[in-house]
Design a protein around this ligand. Structure first.
Ligand SMILES: *Cc1c(COP(=O)(O)O)cnc(C)c1O
Length: 359
C-alpha cells in the first residue's frame, strides 16, 4: 500500500521489471572490445545513409512530418501494401506498446511463447493485462498446440516472434497458418519479424502475405537490425486500416524524428548493399553454428543475427569468461546466453572461449 502522502501510480507498475539492455563490454587493458549483447548490426552506416541523415539534421528546429508520408510511400512501394496499411513508430517495440495499449486492460490475457523477447512481459504488464507464457519446445521453437490450449475468452492478443529472440528458430508457414485458423478473429495476432531479413528457410512464412486476408494480424518489422539503424529508433507495422488507426491513436505525436525518417528512406534506396552485409552476417552465422556444434555445443537452429547457447546454471560464469576476453554477450541466468553475430574478430574471440569451455 502506498502511504497517503505519496504519489499514486497504477498497481500494475509494481511488478514491472526494468528492461535490461545488453551490457557494453568491460575494458581489457587496451585490447579491443566487442559488443555481442544487443543484436546490433556491426557495420557502420553506408555513406548515402549517413549523408541523408546528416542533411536532415539541418532541419532540427522543425518538427518532423507527423504522418511520415515519404517513408510510408517508400515502404508502400517496397512491400506492395497501401499506405493505409502502414504505421511507423520509434522502433517496433513502440508499435508493440501502442498495440497492447490499444487492445488490453486489467483482466485481459496476452499469450506468447517463452522464453522470448524480454520486452513482451513488460509491455503486457504496463497495460494491466496478464502474460500467459507458453514454454518453448525442447528444440526452442514455438509450441502452437500449447499456445492454442492457452487461449481463453480473456485472450486479447497473441504475440508470435519469428525468428524467436533469443533462441533463433523460425516459425514455419504450415504451423502458423494452422494456428491462425484456430485463433478467434477478434483476437489480435502480432507477428514480430524483427529479424526477417536474416531468415534463410524456404518454408518461412512471410507476415506480409499472411496479413492480407486476416484483419486480426499485424506484422512488426524494424530498421534496427538488418538495416543498421538501431540508434535512430524506427520500425513499422503492416495491418488492416482499423489496426493501423488504433496504433496511430496511441502513438506519441512526432515520435519518429526527421533524421530517422530520412535515414530509413535512404536505407530502402540502398537496400541491395545493405542486404549484401546481411548475407555476410548469415555466412558468419553458419560458420559460428558449425564451429560451436563441432566443439560439442547443442545450439538450436538460428535464422537471426544471434545464436543461443543453452548453458543452464553455467550461464553467468560463461558470460563472465567471455566478458574477460572483451566480448559482452546477453546472459539469461539459469537458462542460457544469446550471442549476436558480430564482426569476424569478435566472433573468433567468442568461439575461442566457447571451445575452451567444453574442454
Ligand atoms: C530487436 C527487436 C525488436 C526491434 O526493436 P526496435 O524497437 O525496432 O529497435 C523487436 N522485436 C524483437 C523480437 C527484437 O529482438
Amino acid at each position: 500500500m502506498t502511504p497517503d502522502n505519496e504519489v499514486r501510480f497504477r498497481g500494475c507498475l509494481d511488478d514491472v521489471a526494468a528492461y535490461k539492455p545488453g551490457r557494453p563490454p568491460a575494458r581489457t587493458d587496451g585490447r579491443p572490445t566487442y559488443k555481442l549483447s544487443s543484436n546490433e548490426n556491426p557495420y557502420p552506416p553506408l555513406p548515402g545513409v549517413l549523408a541523408a541523415a546528416t542533411e536532415a539534421a539541418g532541419q532540427m528546429n522543425r518538427y518532423p512530418d507527423m504522418g511520415a508520408v515519404d517513408l510510408l510511400e517508400a515502404l508502400s512501394a517496397r512491400f506492395g501494401v497501401p499506405t493505409s496499411d502502414l504505421a511507423v513508430a520509434t522502433g517496433s517495440v513502440a508499435l508493440l506498446y501502442h498495440l497492447l495499449q490499444a487492445s488490453c486492460t486489467d483482466g485481459d490475457e496476452v499469450v506468447y511463447a517463452w522464453r522470448s523477447f524480454e520486452a513482451y512481459p513488460i509491455a503486457v504488464q504496463l497495460t494491466g493485462a496478464t502474460s500467459v507464457q507458453v514454454p518453448l519446445t525442447d528444440d526452442a521453437r514455438h509450441d502452437f498446440k500449447a499456445m492454442e490450449a492457452a487461449l481463453t475468452e480473456r485472450t486479447k492478443a497473441v504475440l508470435v516472434c519469428t525468428p524467436n529472440n533469443p533462441t533463433g528458430p523460425v516459425v514455419r508457414r504450415d504451423e502458423l497458418l494452422a494456428f491462425l485458423d484456430v485463433v478467434p478473429s477478434n483476437v489480435l495476432v502480432v507477428i514480430d519479424e524483427a529479424y526477417r531479413e536474416f531468415v534463410r528457410e524456404p518454408e518461412i512464412v512471410d507476415g506480409i502475405d499472411v496479413y492480407r486476408d486476416r484483419p486480426n494480424v499485424v506484422v512488426l518489422r524494424t530498421f534496427s537490425k538488418a538495416y543498421g539503424l538501431a540508434g535512430f529508433r524506427v520500425g513499422y507495422a503492416v495491418a488492416h486500416p482499423p489496426v493501423v488507426a488504433a496504433i496511430r491513436k496511441c502513438a506519441l505525436p512526432f515520435g519518429v524524428s526527421h533524421v530517422a525518417q530520412a535515414a530509413a528512406i535512404a536505407s530502402l534506396a540502398v537496400e541491395e548493399e545493405l542486404l549484401e552485409r546481411v548475407e555476410a552476417l548469415v555466412t558468419e552465422r553458419t560458420r559460428m553454428v558449425g564451429e560451436l556444434r563441432a566443439a560439442g555445443w547443442d545450439v538450436p537452429e538460428t535464422h537471426a543475427n544471434f545464436v543461443w547457447m543453452p548453458l543452464g546454471d553455467d550461464t553467468v560464469a560463461f558470460a563472465e569468461a567471455v566478458q574477460a576476453e572483451g566480448v559482452s554477450v546477453r546472459p539469461f541466468p539459469g537458462d542460457g546466453a544469446r550471442v549476436s553475430i558480430g564482426e569476424r574478430e569478435a566472433n573468433d574471440l567468442f568461439l575461442s572461449v566457447a571451445r575452451a569451455w567444453r574442454q
